[in-house]
Design a binder for this molecule. Structure first.
Ligand SMILES: *Cc1c(COP(=O)(O)O)cnc(C)c1O
Length: 494
């Protein structure tokens, strides 16, 4: 497979190795495969028999043919094995006759990001070792809460790499902060930055272009790469679980081959829902993709009006991993429907004015496949309570945005018979908000709240969260945006 970029008219000049290693395209855009491989119904049928790691290797090999099937299988078996996923890699739960929950949070950090971030570092490390020039990969990641922890856990002690994570000071939940501050590993570091996620993300993107940063890296025989979903190697492992979900529904006879399933994805940076779109383009019979937003409803507004406008208030919600106004991966969708010239123009508008507006023909093409629904905070809480009381099923605040969107969408005549909702985090990761939604009140302390939640639901607290309180805090650094490059230089030097 060759790769091109979202902003330069096709010259598919990049190899999969470059895509993994560089993370971000040299023109400031994002890497994209030159074409999307299509699965036949026979292949989909054959997938019914495969264990998850084998399926992962099959799908990833279509994009990353720089690795052999044996190499990808070995990496996937290690990534999704017992060590990281003590119960199952992922699960599909039928909560109501139409509502299928794809639980993606059985990994080490209890959020869906583990699905990609346990796999991607192994692929990067493999790519690095295949290269002749030995250089250190310095992974920089901005996080709205979950990526940072999952990335550090994925890169922890991976040879040839060091990782630096930036999260918004006061912008993540106490458990998320503690998860990052106590991270183990010799090659990890985390700093809080004064600002929100968008500030952190744009500062990380800028570092890639800064001359002084490049010089400092050259001195350290290092190069900068990204673990955010701007890296295509982050997105590709996410396609796998959507293929898997459809195949599992086939296997359990919930659907017949070819039957359309709609998919709801609680969205922030647009990476997860874009992966579902890739699965659809690869031939999985998905119908509409429902982009579920919280009160930061910039995506929902965009799919309704064709105007993407970041000039608006930013809200801290109970679903902090979705508190995002600049959804990086939307650029990839724009590229797919409108091509690189128009995408480059819109991205320039966005950088200069904080907004862009697509034409009516582009909007109608987007609306044929996507639908944006946003959910306000009281409805999130109400959905958690109702789903627990009526279905006996516990969901977290992010997933609740998806389930609320499901409730709105499933009323519509065009909705399909079965609807898949991505469940993106364990309810125990946000125990106080979940408990407050159910009981009207919660203890101040997250760990006490988690215990109460376990007691009322009869579900165990995930191991990774249970241990958190005993771990020593290693990182307490807070920096301004302007200090990030120096902070990175300090870290590279140790
Ligand atoms: C990251 C995250 C999201 C948003 O996913 P995107 O790929 O950024 O759209 C939703 N829920 C949880 C729990 C997350 O960690």
């Amino acid at each position: 497979m060759k790769f091109c970029t979202t902003r330069t008219p096709k010259k598919a000049a990049f190899s999969p190795m470059e895509v993994i290693i560089k993370g971000m395209a040299p023109d400031g855009g994002l890497f994209m495969p030159e074409s999307i491989p299509v699965l036949s119904q026979t292949e989909l049928n054959d997938f019914i028999k495969l264990p998850y790691p084998k399926l992962a290797a099959e799908i990833l090999h279509k994009y990353f043919d720089c690795f052999s099937m044996a190499e990808l299988t070995a990496d996937a078996e290690a990534a999704y094995g017992f060590e990281n996923f003590p119960t199952v890699p992922l699960d599909l739960c039928v909560v109501e006759p139409r509502l299928f929950m794809l639980e993606l949070w059985h990994g080490p950090t209890c959020a869906f990001k583990d699905m990609a971030l346990q796999m991607m570092p192994r692929m990067l490390s493999r790519a690095l070792s295949k290269q002749r020039k030995k250089r250190l990969a310095l992974v920089a990641a901005a996080t709205s809460g979950d990526t940072g922890k999952a990335a550090m856990e994925g890169f922890r002690d991976v040879p040839g790499t060091k990782i630096k994570v930036y999260y918004p000071h006061n912008g993540v939940s106490p458990i998320q902060r503690l998860q990052m501050a106590t991270q183990a590993g010799e090659n990890v570091s985390v700093s809080a930055i004064r600002g929100n996620f968008d500030d952190a993300q744009s500062a990380v993107k800028e570092m890639f272009a800064r001359k002084d940063v490049q010089k400092m890296l050259a001195r350290g025989n290092a190069f900068l790469t990204s673990a955010n979903s701007i890296n295509f190697a982050r997105l590709a492992p996410q396609i796998v679980y959507y293929v898997y979900a459809y195949v599992r529904m086939l296997r359990s006879h919930a659907i017949t081959m070819g039957e359309t399933v709609d998919v709801v994805v609680p969205s922030g940076n647009f990476g997860n829902v874009l992966s579902a779109y890739f699965a659809k383009r690869m031939g999985v019979p998905f119908g509409r993709l429902i982009v579920a937003s919280n009160k930061n409803r910039v995506l929902a507004d965009f799919f309704r009006t064709g105007v993407y406008d970041c000039n608006r208030a930013f809200y801290h919600t109970t679903s902090p991993s979705m508190d995002i106004l600049r959804s990086s991966n939307l650029e990839r969708l724009l590229y797919l429907v409108a091509g690189p010239e128009r995408t480059a123009r819109w991205m320039k508008d966005l950088a200069q004015t904080g907004r862009f507006c697509v034409s009516a023909d582009v909007l109608s093409r987007l609306q044929a496949e996507f639908c944006g629904i946003w959910v306000d905070e009281p409805e999130v809480a109400d959905t958690i309570r109702r789903t627990f009381r009526e279905d006996g099923y516990l969901i977290d605040t992010h997933t609740a945005v998806g389930v609320a969107a499901f409730r709105q969408y499933s009323e519509r005549p065009q909705a399909s018979r079965r609807i898949l909702v991505a469940s993106t985090a364990s309810p125990f990761k946000f125990p106080r908000d979940v408990l407050t939604a159910i009981l009207g009140d919660a203890p101040q302390d997250d760990f006490e709240a988690a215990q109460t939640l376990a007691a009322i639901s009869g579900r165990p607290i995930p191991r990774a969260l249970r241990d958190l309180r005993e771990r020593p805090v290693r990182f307490t650094n807070v920096v301004d945006r302007e200090e990030m490059a120096d902070d990175l230089a300090d870290y590279l030097r140790d």
